[in-house]
Design a binder for this molecule. Sequence first.
Ligand code: NAD
Ligand code: DAU
Length: 329
Amino acid sequence: MHVLVTGGAGFIGANFVHQTVAERPDARVTVLDKFTYAANRESLAGLDIEIVEGDVADRDVVDPLVEAADVVVHFAAESHNDNSLNDPWPFVQTNLIGTYTVLEAVRRHGTRLHHISTDEVYGDLELDDPAKFTASTPYNPSSPYSSTKAGSDMLVRAWVRSFGVEATLSNCSNNYGPYQHIEKFIPRQITNVLDGRRPKLYGAGLNVRDWIHVADHNSAVWRIIDAGQLGRTYLIGADGEMNNKAVVELILELLGRDPQDYDHVADRPGHDLRYAIDATPLREELGWEPRFRDFRAGLADTIEWYRANEAWWRPQKDAVEAKYAKTGQ
Ligand code: NAD
Ligand code: DAU
């Protein structure tokens, strides 16, 4: 099977490529990535794969790659909410026009597509609401990032219905694990502590995210590609709800520091309160189960990865923190 992975040099895509190479010896992998600030060539070092530098919104690049592939796994996106608040344009261009370009190519060539999306398309939940997101929760995105992801999902659904494109979709909760860019919450705080800086918590830190290890997200993606129903949306989550304050305190504890040794900084405008996923169809119909059920143990492994791979993140640390300092975060 020839797999085209868009955004394969980013966090989840690179983990997907590693997992695919390790577990699917018959798969041939091609990565298409624009190598934006979020990509890292070192994340794919030493793998026997083809890497193409190019834009998912560039038809001339995308078309022959899609034609040659058996399945396209579309991870490529602008992914960071804070960046989308500072400059929404790349989000509109990549997440909407890029997905449109991929869809037109799979339509032309009859190639199977799996579209990667986020739980943020559903908006947020109250802290005391027992509800969780399901595939029938109405879309209600809050940020430029999540609204462009919502739009990309709608494009995929329309291309399935109108043109018979063979696609599945998945909407996953917050991932953690190796190779995540240090602009994101967990790796930012880990590298802050490793670098002698204090962790930064937005607002009161009561916002809840539903954490899943990236390896579990990717095993679910393969399960959907192998056995999912065409046209369906599957929600991916591993019952990992925790508020940000508790996560920061756990990172400090695991690193042997005083758990209260962090700063409260400016809150994110429009900050979503809580996300929570009900993954029952994925578990019951497709028989998927997460392997990382213990967040503390998964977080400890992730901390060790950042400690052991300082060369991977160090070159970006000062610039990332300087950018956050401009917004008081
Ligand atoms: P990331 O920012 O780490 O990686 C994105 C990758 O896409 C980078 O390698 C970047 O260079 C590439 N890219 C960006 N624009 C491109 C373009 N125009 N053409 C080609 N490549 C381009 O993101 P991530 O966290 O790995 O997220 C991957 C996907 O998973 C995204 O679609 C995101 O919406 C989705 N998702 C992420 C999470 C999460 O917790 N990180 C959760 C659910 C869904
Ligand atoms: O839910 C899935 C989404 O999870 C993905 O679609 C996005 O691509 C991914 O970036 C992530 O979005 P979040 O906005 O939830 O992730 P982020 O890591 O930016 O922030 C997680 C929480 O931590 C959020 O409530 C904001 C807060 N935060 C973030 C940073 C960077 C802090 O308190 N301090 C920080 O320094």
